[in-house]
Design a protein around this ligand. Structure first.
Ligand SMILES: [Fe+2]
Length: 316
């Protein structure tokens, strides 16, 4: 008699199952199929370093011309074998635009945003309007919104972290993509769009909302409903803080915004500073520690898991 938790399965035997296989079926009695007590995770926890990414982008700037390539970016591909994306539903890249350059506009069904690392005259065009962005600002580019990327500085490159739901949209086979040329010099400037989350406002909201949640986290949700597959949060880690350890069915990407800390994911300790990105795959225990304090921006896929009743979380 089986106990709760056992999964009945047979070993592979192609001779026994030859008739089924030759008829174009697979025997459902082999292996465990989807009958698992917990989710399998084939993405690894990882940390990508901005210092390294910046050096690689500066090198790429000498041979990748944004008038010949749609974008100049480097993908934070998960180190697990065969992966091209950061996690199974979310992805990040580092991107740079050189002095005076403009990467022409495009739109796609993928929802995206960018977290600005370096800006001296950087702007995103949103449906034909220029939105200038400062360091640590976030710009959202929802499904099917036209967006181009430019830099009016004559001396400095600008750079940011792109975050996207393209692994999810790709898996659902619903990606569409179009490009168009824009005369960036003649576009109007827009300074009041809900797709622009200003860092000064984030800091003000963190100061105004001092509540600590059950995991010891001081964090606020940022207004990101326009990208409905992702939840965006800012988390303030005060000096000496250690949050409680937990795991959940959500994928999470943490971006260092201020200060420094350590995110412990499974058995890995990732020391991060500004611009670094830590990937926490779903159902992997993690917590944060910091000696001198810091602020993280978190992107997660909770809205997708929650929408269908698949969001679970555990203190561990
Ligand atoms: Fe894009």
């Amino acid at each position: 008699m089986s106990t709760q938790g056992d999964v009945l399965k047979l070993e592979v035997d192609d001779t026994r199952d030859a008739a089924v296989i030759q008829a174009g079926f697979l025997p459902g009695w082999v292996g465990e199929g989807g009958l698992r007590s917990e989710p399998l995770q084939d993405f690894q926890s990882h940390c990508w370093r901005w210092k390294k990414g910046k050096a690689l982008l500066q090198e790429a700037a000498t041979y990748i011309d944004p008038t010949k390539s749609e974008r100049r970016n480097i993908r934070m591909a998960n180190p697990a074998p065969g992966k091209r994306t950061s996690l199974s539903t979310l992805h990040c890249s580092y991107q740079m635009v050189g002095p005076g350059q403009f990467a022409r506009a495009h739109r796609h069904t993928v929802n995206a945003g960018r977290f600005i690392l370096e800006s001296d005259g950087a702007y995103t065009t949103l449906n034909g309007e220029k939105v200038f962005m400062d360091e640590n600002d976030l710009i959202l580019t929802p499904n099917w919104v036209w967006h181009g990327l430019g830099n009016e500085s004559e001396s400095h490159s600008v750079s940011w972290i792109d975050f996207l739901d393209d692994p999810l949209v790709s898996h659902l086979q619903t990606i569409f993509f179009e490009v168009r040329d824009e005369q960036s010099s003649s576009l109007p400037v827009q300074d009041n769009t809900p797709l622009h989350i200003k860092w000064a406002d984030v800091k003000r909201q963190l100061a105004r909302q001092p509540n600590i949640d059950s995991l010891g986290r001081h964090r606020i949700e940022l207004p990101s409903k326009a990208i409905p597959t992702m939840r965006v949060l800012a988390e303030n880690l005060s000096a000496g803080l250690q949050t409680s350890r937990s795991k959940s069915t959500a994928n999470r990407l943490f971006m260092g915004a201020e200060g420094a800390g350590v995110t412990v994911v499974g058995n890995n300790r990732f020391a991060w500073t500004r611009g670094d990105v830590v990937a926490v795959p779903a159902w992997t225990p993690f917590h944060h520690e910091t000696a001198r304090g810091g602020i993280l921006i978190e992107i997660n896929d909770e809205p997708v898991k929650d929408a269908f009743g698949w969001y679970r979380t555990l203190h561990v």
